[in-house]
Design a protein around this ligand. Structure first.
Ligand code: SIN
Ligand code: CO
Length: 389
């Protein structure tokens, strides 16, 4: 877990999370970057990796280039003032995914991804604000951050630039981050980070942001997939002499009453939200592992023998596991689906959802139960869980 000194975790959760920025000095004292700038650049050559390069040519003159890049692209870059950004590095590099364990003080399903940037001296992506919470961790080199709460609205932007950058930026706070320092920013706080050297790498642990529309649409999809909402609409009390052409407010309120009835059903609401929270985005869905073929799958017994012999199991970094207590029953959710759990004990579902890896020691007390064996076998065949190397 990260070091919250001089405040504590409860203070962070109560007073800062989604409310105000805070800088944690030396939050991960032993942190060493698992990825070099060259390795990051290597990722940006890949077709399926989302990468960008931002160059600054003048005060409000920025250029955005989208990957995949080639070695020739890199050879042609100027010496200074550019940044490479690679999205979803936690899904690409297991050592980067390991870093997420340090953020388990928040629900894992709230995390979107880890984006990593590498910048040459002067490199920056311009002053901007985001709509999501983020921990900006300095991984190597130094970066100066400028912050503002002012003018963080859609109308304040530099015209003619492919990036959404703030035209007006009144600096309220300023700080230089060293390796291991973490700056937390809630949504809609203006920030502008300028690399101070050619070693500057920043890890952005970004959280998901949900707009009401997205939630509403997803809830509707859930109801129609489960054919759950068949209650019939009833007219309001009608009066003799009504205007046949009018849609009254009372008529609309009958629809509202119907919605409200549905929303009162907490088990439905809860199951939908757990599905929503574990849903993969399009990029992640395309990165799901290939299931084992029949020829590659040994018998259940051989699998269990291997489990006793191996170090443990690790969750594929693309997969999202979570559990929810619905109607007093612990229910498993994986990648946007309610999962058939073979009736495993509640404690095992919680373990599976809470831990990104399951060591031999954690598994041992459960392994003699046929339901646990069946569930692990299922998840291993899908390669959602693989043996720890
Ligand atoms: C960066 O790493 O340069 C930018 C991160 C951000 O502003 O969100
Ligand atoms: Co940002």
């Amino acid at each position: 877990m990260i070091e919250f000194a001089p405040i504590s975790l409860p203070t962070f959760l109560a007073e800062y999370w989604q409310k105000k920025p805070i800088l944690f000095r030396n939050a991960l004292p032993d942190f060493q970057t698992p990825l070099s700038p060259e390795e990051l650049a290597g990722l940006s050559l890949e077709e399926e990796v989302e990468s960008r390069i931002v160059l600054q040519h003048g005060a409000q003159d920025y250029q955005l280039r989208r990957g995949p890049f080639t070695e020739a692209d890199y050879a042609a870059l100027p010496e200074k003032n550019w940044t490479l950004l690679v999205q979803g590095c936690d899904r690409l590099v297991p050592e980067v995914a390991d870093l997420l364990n340090d953020f388990d003080f928040l629900p894992r399903w709230r995390i979107d991804d880890i984006m990593i940037s590498y910048a040459t001296e002067g490199g920056n992506v311009g002053p901007h604000f985001d709509h999501y919470d983020v921990f900006l961790m300095q991984a190597s080199g130094q970066r100066r951050w400028l912050l503002t709460h002012q003018d963080c609205h859609e109308d304040n932007y530099i015209q003619g630039v492919d990036l959404r950058l703030m035209e007006k930026f009144v600096v309220e706070d300023e700080m230089v981050l060293n390796p291991g320092d973490i700056l937390y920013l809630p949504p809609k706080v203006g920030h502008h980070g300028i690399a101070l050297d050619d070693q500057c790498m920043t890890f952005s642990i970004g959280y998901r942001s949900y707009r009401g529309q997205e939630l509403w649409d997803s809830f509707g999809d859930h109801l129609s997939e489960n054919a759950e909402f068949k209650t019939l609409y009833l007219d309001p009390e009608l009066n003799a002499g009504l205007a046949p052409g009018e849609v009254t407010l009372a008529a609309a309120q009958q629809a509202k009453a119907l919605f409200e009835q549905k929303l009162q059903q907490e088990a439905t609401l809860h199951a939908w939200f757990a599905r929503f929270a574990t849903q993969l985005d399009q990029t992640a869905s395309q990165m799901l592992p290939e299931p084992l073929t029949e020829e590659e799958t040994p018998s259940l017994d051989a699998f269990i023998d291997a489990l006793y012999a191996e170090v443990g199991l690790i969750r594929d970094s693309v997969c999202r596991f979570a559990f929810a207590r619905i109607d007093h029953q612990v229910t498993l959710f994986i990648n946007g689906s309610q999962w058939a759990d073979f009736g495993v004990p509640a404690g095992f579902i919680e373990l599976l959802a809470n831990q990104s890896f399951l060591t031999q020691e954690m598994l041992e007390p459960w392994l003699d139960q046929p339901s646990v064996q069946a569930l692990l076998f299922d998840l291993w065949q899908l390669q959602f869980l693989t043996f720890i190397e």
